[in-house]
Design a protein around this ligand. Structure first.
Ligand code: 5RP
Length: 222
């Protein structure tokens, strides 16, 4: 199977997994990226079974609306049973690097609200030690250079993702060569740099379930 076929397989597997728990009042948390897009497309086939969705990006919100799925503002939602999203890297503790699509802050917010986080990923995303994929950090624009200097002190090589403005009006620094031996500690330390909005480590709130697309089928890892 190609990588795109694996992404479609995990998107469908996520729909199969959540379908039994959906009812007329259900609101589904939806992530961002090409794998999340496969989930959205599969979700459209059961749109009559739930009320609507909350999206972690304007792009996903538009894709959901294009399918005729109602998109709620997160502030209008009291609770969220489930959030489905992709990852750039994920380890066997289901800690992740996210933010390759620059949606990390809204992804982290929706994940914080959701009772269950289901990660959908093809087998290329599963790693032993995270950090080959550069760690995205969303930064208030005027703090960009200061935050970059602080990230160098933590051992990383930050690069400004020029031309990219997040849905929140901020910029992204991609941090190369970061040693991520203690993901939760590093997530906390980067969050403490003034001017950082969010970093792409999802270790304090890892996924609860990984649906991993492999050549032997979709594996469920908890
Ligand atoms: C976007 C994300 C995505 O989940 C991550 O980049 C994976 O994307 P894809 O499924 O396209 O590989 O964090 O900010």
């Amino acid at each position: 199977m190609t990588q795109d076929e694996l992404k479609r397989a995990v998107g469908q597997a996520a729909v199969d997994l959540i379908k039994p728990q959906l009812d007329d009042n259900s609101i589904v948390g939806v992530g961002t990226g090409s794998t999340a897009n496969c989930f959205i497309d599969a979700l459209a086939s059961i749109k009559h079974l739930f009320d609507g969705a909350v999206a972690s990006s304007e792009a996903s919100a538009q894709r959901l609306r294009d399918h005729g799925i109602h998109v709620y503002d997160l502030n209008a939602v009291d609770s969220l049973d489930v959030y489905i999203d992709g990852a750039d890297e994920i380890n066997d503790r289901l800690e992740m690097i996210k933010g390759g699509g620059a949606a990390l802050t809204r992804e982290k917010i929706v994940a914080a609200v959701a009772k269950q986080f289901i990660c959908v990923a093809d087998e290329t995303k599963l790693v032993g030690l995270m950090g080959t994929f550069p760690l995205p950090v969303e930064v208030i624009p005027m703090a960009r250079s200061y935050v970059a200097r602080e990230l160098v002190k933590l051992g990383g090589d930050p690069t400004w993702r020029e031309g990219v403005i997040t849905d929140n009006g901020n910029v992204i620094l991609d941090v190369y060569n970061m040693q991520i031996s203690s993901p939760a500690d590093l997530e906390t330390r980067i969050n403490q740099i003034t001017g950082v909005v969010t970093n792409g480590l999802f270790a304090l709130r890892p996924a609860d379930v990984l649906l991993l697309g492999t050549q032997d089928g979709v594996k469920t890892i908890r």
